[in-house]
Design a binder for this molecule. Sequence first.
Ligand SMILES: [Zn+2]
Length: 574
Amino acid sequence: MSIALARRYRPRKFADLLVQDHVAAALRGAVAKNRVGHGYLLTGPRGVGKTTAARILAMALNCERRDPEHPTGEPCGECGACMRVWNGQANLDVVEIDAASNRGVDDARDLRERAMYAASEPGHHKVYIVDEAHMLTREAWNALLKILEEPPPGVVFVFATTEPQKIANTAAPVMSRLQRFDFRRIGPAAIQSRLRDVLNQESVEADDDALLIIGRHADGGMRDALSVLDQCLSFGEGRLTADRVRDVLGLVDDDSYAAILTLVADRRPADVFAVLDRLVDSGADLAEFAGGLGEILRALLMHQLGVEAEALPTTTREVIAASAPKLASEDVVRMLKLLGEAEQGLRRSANPRLVLETLLLRWAMMDRALDLKALLSGTAPGGAGPSAPSNTSPRPTIPPATEKAPPVKAPAPPTPEEPPPPSHPDEPAATASRGGEHAPVMPVPRTTAGLHAVWPEILETATRQSRLLGQALEHATPEWVDDGVVSLRFGADEAVFREGVERQVGVVVTILSARLGTEVRVSTASNEPTAGGKRSNRMTVKDLHADRLRELRRKDPVLDAAADALDLELVEEE
Ligand SMILES: [Zn+2]
């Protein structure tokens, strides 16, 4: 068997460029229409096909079997000219330059002089392929700029780089003369399927999981994936298994990840030491292991939020399915956050084991998110209302909410960078994606405080029904006036929102009754206009919540720390 799979299966046509269809179509079209530019910049991560695309372009321009009557833009991939380019052989018309080793001004001058010569034959193109182009010096770029300003006919420059920003910094004027194509990472599933094709042609059998692990490890690069596949095939005989791939790559098996997630879910910090002993004894790379933990947590969180992660090995799926009901999504978010902090230390520390051990201990000693949520809303999970906070909790209790100071909102709305927290448990749409965790619907005390506690949920539900209604309700300060009557008070100058609510009062009644578990009636009111337009009249329930949480956090350092760890934010949106 050939060792160099990456070479043997390197694409010979635009159509074979994996995932980079947008680039392939543009370049093929340019060749077919005889509209190839003088300068191209191909950017993207390593191993995604930039140099290969450059070579295919060179092949297509000089292919001996080009049919001028019916141009397809594709090279034949088989003629002498195509083979010379594809093999990287000495070639009059196609020159490959590795900028990492040819970066002096002399080379640039040489390049400039050589570029003055036209292609070897009429109708041919002279193609310069410059790899690692960000390594070129400023002087080299200046020389190239002169060529690109007045390009000789038939000369094409193709620059490939993983770091376009560096070129923008040193050679912005050149950059503006190049047509730029951004190559995409190749996803694990696409890599898996390409590896399967290759193995079929090589008549080698392999487990799906084995190929998926290679695909995930290659981190978007096909060349790396094929070279790992090479190693795996030379390392053993017969069917390629997931275990063999893990051996070759030095990966920890999923059982170790499962063990860690279980001990975290069960809050068994003492077991951390034994797990780490086993890891270290097996010679695992701890930084690599932490990276794997991050991937599993991310996939776990996605699973809990109802999104399936792409291309996971079966064993990983099993770990995730088993852990999902045991860990709250909020906890997984906190674990990811702590992991992110630890990863820096893992790379720098002289004692990575200590860093990892501390991380796992922090995970295993976390307070449960659900307890804290109950604490914050003033209602313990057993159904105790705000007037009877749980005394059995070892954590400090928070004073029950009163009418003057409404309790706080639970997790803040998701920011674009962060995965959203799970929805409230009483929303039917959300329960299906909860991954098995079922928090009971907490009873709502029929007080203004109870009303305020669930008000953010009410707003969310209303907004889902009508954005305008949600917006209007946001301006209301709700109050429990009397048995069964909820008053919605608006600012003196907020008549438009009051009217908005009144127009849809039936919807409001339905939402409130459903959430409060009792039939309610709704009345609306406006504040009296005041001369100075005092702030208190304009204060919405959100302002009250923010004040309330601020005060709670000030009084209680434990809650303060916990709120930070949980990413709870003051409800402070405008
Ligand atoms: Zn050809």
